[in-house]
Design a protein around this ligand. Structure first.
Ligand SMILES: Cc1cc2nc3c(=O)[nH]c(=O)nc-3n(C[C@H](O)[C@H](O)[C@H](O)COP(=O)(O)OP(=O)(O)OC[C@H]3O[C@@H](n4cnc5c(N)ncnc54)[C@H](O)[C@@H]3O)c2cc1C
Length: 380
């Protein structure tokens, strides 16, 4: 039985397991191996179950569930397929900042549509020259009467290729004034927006990632999220919360790698006995389970701090750093335990897990950036 911090987490797990077995397991491999295309049918089914709406307040069409419940959901869905977890969770990268920083009108206009799955959301911060250095935004918004005119380029935007609503981080530029990094709500498609699906992605192949080119896009000033100049703060707050989700995704991947390894070690025989009898294998299992449980606990800690309304920036970074590196350890050991049958996809899920895991150490801030965030909280 998976360790839960609160009782409601088990009910969430049961719900996710039932859904995963019926709707994800039969198609996960096929989606991984097909051409990159957003699996709209799966997304709609997850939305119909309320999974996309999980953390959003009930008054805006959400389920108003706690972060602790939400991480249990992400963990379980990621166990079935890491792509499915991101397909479900990415809309929250857009709904979270809207709920936290948006006007009442913006919340009422967009959140119910995102919760029901009518709209897919995306969060566009990264640019070709603003990756880890996300403050170095080059996308500009120039004031023109009641509009902003947007120009620039965004890269690596999860679901950006098909999203209906994009939280766009850019800088408002005005002659004689300091640039103000700000957040805008961009509905898509819109004239001036060119979108491209990125190809040959290593893992998370069912969840598409896009490049956006923005040329003279006219956005009404009423689409500004929060105040001018507050965009970087909005982005950082969004990432703090989302990092706990990546930690949960990592835990789900690590758990799957662990479960597959235990099962395989007990059944694969070499030298006349199951390889589980070999101390070399036993030690790998011991180390995997210990890192996995520690990762889960750090994830729960960060989630419960968020639920309590306490500061959680450092804790989210620690959870994301540790859980993503623990999942790397676990998929690597799972590959070793499975030998050749792990390396070749037609025999097991291990090569897919290996590919899917790697991004957890890169997106929502690399491991190096998490270390900067953690140390800064002590050394500032
Ligand atoms: C599949 C995928 C999905 C993504 N989804 C989104 C999304 O939805 N929205 C979005 O906005 N972005 C998204 N990203 C972008 C992602 O967040 C960035 O790729 C990530 O932040 C790293 O930026 P970069 O790739 O430009 O690497 P760089 O910043 O160029 O980093 C290269 C290397 O240098 C290191 N480095 C850089 N600066 C420092 C420093 N100060 N100290 C120590 N080391 C440093 C990094 O850790 C890394 O090892 C996604 C990326 C991928 C691949």
């Amino acid at each position: 039985m998976t360790y839960n911090l609160v009782e409601s987490q088990q009910k969430v797990r049961d719900l996710a397991k039932e859904f995963g077995e019926k709707e994800i397991l039969p198609i996960a491999r096929e989606l991984d191996r097909g051409a990159p295309e957003f699996p709209m049918e799966l997304f709609k089914k997850m939305a119909a179950k309320g999974f996309v709406a999980f953390p959003v307040s009930e008054q805006y069409g959400g389920l108003g569930r706690s972060k602790l419940d939400y991480v249990a959901l992400i963990e379980e869905i990621a166990w079935f397929d890491a792509s499915a977890a991101i397909i479900m969770a990415v809309s929250n990268l857009a709904s979270y900042p809207i709920e936290k920083f948006g006007s009442e009108e913006q919340k009422r206009k967009y959140l119910p549509k995102m919760c029901s799955g009518e709209f897919v959301g995306a969060f566009a911060l990264t640019e070709p020259n603003a990756g880890s250095d996300a403050g170095n935004q080059q996308t500009t918004a120039k004031e023109d009467d009641d509009y902003y005119i947007i120009n620039g380029e965004k890269i690596f935007i999860q679901h950006g290729n098909i999203a209906d609503l994009i939280v766009l981080i850019c800088k408002i530029v005005k002659e004689g004034e300091k640039d103000k990094v700000s957040a805008l709500l961009l509905e898509a498609p819109v004239e001036g927006l060119t979108r491209e699906t990125l190809k040959q992605k290593m893992g998370l192949r069912a969840a598409t990632t896009g490049r956006l080119k923005l040329e003279n896009i006219k956005v009404p000033k009423s689409q500004l999220l929060g105040e001018p100049g507050k965009g970087f703060r909005i982005a950082l707050a969004t990432l703090d919360s989302a990092r706990i989700g990546v930690a949960a995704q990592s835990v789900g991947i690590a758990q799957k790698a662990f479960d597959e390894s235990v099962k395989y070690a007990k059944t694969r025989e070499q030298f006349g006995a199951p390889i589980a009898k070999l101390q070399a294998i036993q030690w790998m299992i011991a180390d995997m389970s210990t890192k996995l449980e520690a990762a889960r606990l750090l994830t729960y800690k960060a989630a419960s701090l968020e639920d309590k309304g306490e500061r959680f920036t450092k804790d989210a970074a620690q959870a994301k750093l540790f859980a993503s590196e623990a999942s790397n350890f676990c998929v690597n050991k799972a590959m070793q335990i499975h030998g050749g049958y792990g390396y070749i996809g037609e025999f097991s899920d291990i090569e897919k897990l290996y590919r899917d895991q790697r991004i957890t150490e890169i997106y929502e801030g690399t491991s190096e950036i998490q270390r900067l965030v953690i140390s800064a909280s002590y050394l500032r």
